[in-house]
Design a protein around this ligand. Structure first.
Ligand SMILES: [Fe+2]
Ligand SMILES: [Fe+2]
Length: 197
């Protein structure tokens, strides 16, 4: 998924109620929360793969910038919207807390990558280690018995959450960091670890 521009998220934010179970993916609005989050995972995996074979510094920089931006938005919408809903519905504290701690580790490395550039001797190593961390984290979310599987079993409104995630994602991709209610409500996106004992 390239830059999720404004599309029709706001227009369709309230329009999903009539399509309760149409998760066949016939239109973007049919994407539920898990479909949206998995699509993000696939996009970032593709960029990590391209980074591995990239030769020029400018290509590496572009890919690293894309990866960091996408991961920051992805982790933020998970933490603001999906994870709290998951915890509330399943009470799976171990899975939830481990995911948040993994996010915190990834964000630390993302900040280091953003503060450096391909001229830095450690730049490639940082991107490679981030790739490994994310691979592990995505597996935890997607594997059988993992977070997404448990979310599917639980009584969660995945359709409605998908709409919320899409709207918030579009906002963040457009740099409207301060616009969302959720940010003010849970200003914890970069201090997860301090909330975790
Ligand atoms: Fe994820
Ligand atoms: Fe995650």
């Amino acid at each position: 998924m390239a830059k999720a521009r404004k599309r029709k998220n706001t227009a369709r934010a309230r329009a999903g109620s009539s399509s309760k179970r149409s998760s066949r993916g016939s239109s973007p609005r049919a994407q539920d929360a898990i479909g949206l989050l998995k699509a993000d995972h696939r996009q970032v995996e593709q960029w990590f793969g391209e980074f591995e074979s990239a030769r020029s510094d400018s290509r590496k920089q572009t890919l690293a910038t894309n990866i960091c931006k996408a991961l920051k938005v992805h982790t933020q919408i998970e933490e603001e919207i999906f994870y709290p809903a998951f915890l509330e519905a399943t009470e799976e504290e171990d899975i939830h807390h481990e995911a948040e701690v993994e996010h915190a580790g990834a964000k630390n490395l993302i900040a280091q990558i953003e503060a450096s550039d391909p001229g830095d001797e450690y730049f490639d190593a940082k991107v490679t280690v981030l790739s490994e961390m994310i691979k592990h984290h995505v597996k935890e979310e997607e594997q059988s018995g993992g977070m997404f599987a448990k979310a599917r079993q639980a009584d969660m409104d995945l359709k409605g959450l998908g709409e919320q995630l899409a709207a918030r994602k579009a906002q963040l991709m457009n740099g409207e960091e301060r616009d969302g209610n959720s940010v003010g409500r849970r200003s914890r996106s970069s201090s997860v670890v301090s909330n975790v004992r």
